[in-house]
Design a protein around this ligand. Structure first.
Ligand code: GUN
Ligand code: ZN
Length: 435
């Protein structure tokens, strides 16, 4: 179940749907749809997308009649150590972190705990049709090893990193600025660019890092070409007030990161719910990505993300589950919640835009838009097969759909992991529902 390597050519046949551009601007020209098509895969790479009639003779065919064949979904913000505290009752962000999250993450000092959690996490990931994720580990370096090892076992593209904290959390989760620097540097050397692994310098959020530790994170970002930064910003009103007290010299929450050189391309920030106009403009100017985590925002009562405003300002926006603040590992639940939050702003994220965001849009926001998120020649062969009739109700509703948009929307609103028929990572089947 590893990379495609020298595997013989494979055709994945069904109703092929892939975005080539953003439907908000490109409309119907944004996507390729083949009613009976196939994705041809050789050695982990997509070599052609063609009509089923044109599949070359002798090629092995995985045929999924009536199923949707899409790029693997991309989760741009998720915490693998938090599966044990998903669905924890009560508390907004700060209390939820102190009561549930930090005690749970303390358990990851034990390598076996980390290894078991990473296995469960990647099993769930592919069972939900995701083939790429930007993942927070814990402060413990072995939690990063466990994450990348499980990702590599499945051949999945993974951005991940060791969380940095040196204050306002239990002692066993803290390291000093120097330790954070040294340990992150060692992990970058060990994992960044190895196979499909990419490293993210991961200061958890401004309140749990001293200025010295944020400075160390900024130095790492400047010193290592192509690595990512990931953190949280402007999620919760109490959190924002706390940041104002901790960093009185900063103009805003985002400005804290700016002062330490932590903005720019490949800087991924979860949330950005309560951004001022200046923060929105600065994020756009620097090319920083904002990851919208809608189920988490609803669950923790953090606020209603202004998707259209931030995207319209030119900020690359991706979707994240943010499990365990988020309540589901499903791309469908995540897209549905993004749609619902947009409704509060009298906006709507169309089914096409939802699927774009969860595939090519997410890839572009991760600066991987030329490698993943799309079914096209030269792309890495990450493919998800969706059963559009996975329950009686969905079959009933989908049967009434007169357009592709209606069919997709029925999946967004009604589907869950039962709709994921199969998942291919780097050309190899990594999940089969009926297997
Ligand atoms: N802010 C800092 N840490 C976290 C976390 O683990 N989850 C969420 N949702 N927000 C955070
Ligand atoms: Zn998060």
């Amino acid at each position: 179940m590893t990379a495609g390597g020298d595997a013989p050519a494979l055709a994945v046949r069904g109703r092929v749907l892939s975005f080539d551009d953003d439907p908000e601007t490109a409309g119907d020209a944004a996507y390729t749809y083949l009613e009976d098509g196939a994705v041809l895969i050789e050695g982990g790479t997509i070599t052609a997308v063609l009509d089923a009639a044109d599949i070359p003779a002798g090629v092995e065919v995985d045929h999924y009649p009536d199923h949707l064949i899409t790029p693997g979904f991309i989760d741009a913000h998720v915490h693998y150590p938090q599966l044990g505290v998903i669905a924890s009752y009560g508390g907004k962000l700060i209390d939820w972190l102190n009561n549930y999250t930090f005690p749970e993450e303390s358990r990851f000092a034990d390598r076996d705990v980390a290894a078991a959690a990473a296995k469960l996490f990647f099993d769930e990931l592919v069972r939900n049709g995701f083939t790429a994720a930007a993942v927070y580990c814990t402060t413990h370096p072995q939690s990063v090893d466990a994450c990348f090892e499980e990702a590599a076992r499945r051949g999945l593209r993974t951005v991940a990193g060791k969380v940095l904290m040196d204050r306002h959390a239990p002692d066993e989760l803290l390291d000093t600025p120097q330790e954070a620097y040294d340990r992150s540097k060692a992990l970058i050397g060990k994992w960044h660019g190895v196979g499909r692994s990419l490293y993210a310098i991961t200061p958890r959020f401004a309140p749990t890092s001293s200025p010295e530790q944020l400075e160390a994170a900024g130095a790492l970002f400047a010193e290592h070409e192509g690595v990512y930064v990931q953190s949280h910003v402007s999620e919760d009103v109490r959190e924002i007030e706390w940041v104002e007290r901790l960093f009185p010299e900063a103009d805003s929450y985002l400005d804290v990161y700016d002062r330490f050189g932590l903005l720019g391309e490949r800087a991924l920030f979860g949330h950005g719910i309560h951004f001022s106009a200046a923060e929105t403009a600065r994020a756009a100017e620097t090319g920083a990505t904002i990851v919208h985590c809608p189920t988490s925002n609803l669950f923790l009562g953090s606020g209603l993300f202004e998707f259209r405003k931030l995207k319209g300002a030119g900020i690359p926006v991706a979707l994240g589950t943010d499990v365990g603040g988020g309540t589901s590992m499903s791309p469908f639940a995540t897209m549905k919640a993004a749609y619902e939050i947009a409704r509060f702003h009298n906006d709507a994220v169309s089914p096409f835009e939802c699927f774009y965001l969860a595939t090519l849009g997410g890839a572009r926001a991760l600066h991987l838009g030329d490698r993943i998120g799309r079914l096209a020649p030269g792309y890495e062969a990450d493919v998800t097969v969706i059963d559009p009739a996975s329950t009686d109700l969905i079959a009933h509703r989908a049967g009434r759909a007169e357009t592709l948009g209606e069919l997709l929307f029925a999946q967004i609103v009604l589907a869950d992991d039962r709709a994921i028929r199969a998942t291919y990572g780097n050309g190899a089947k990594v999940y089969e529902r009926d297997g």
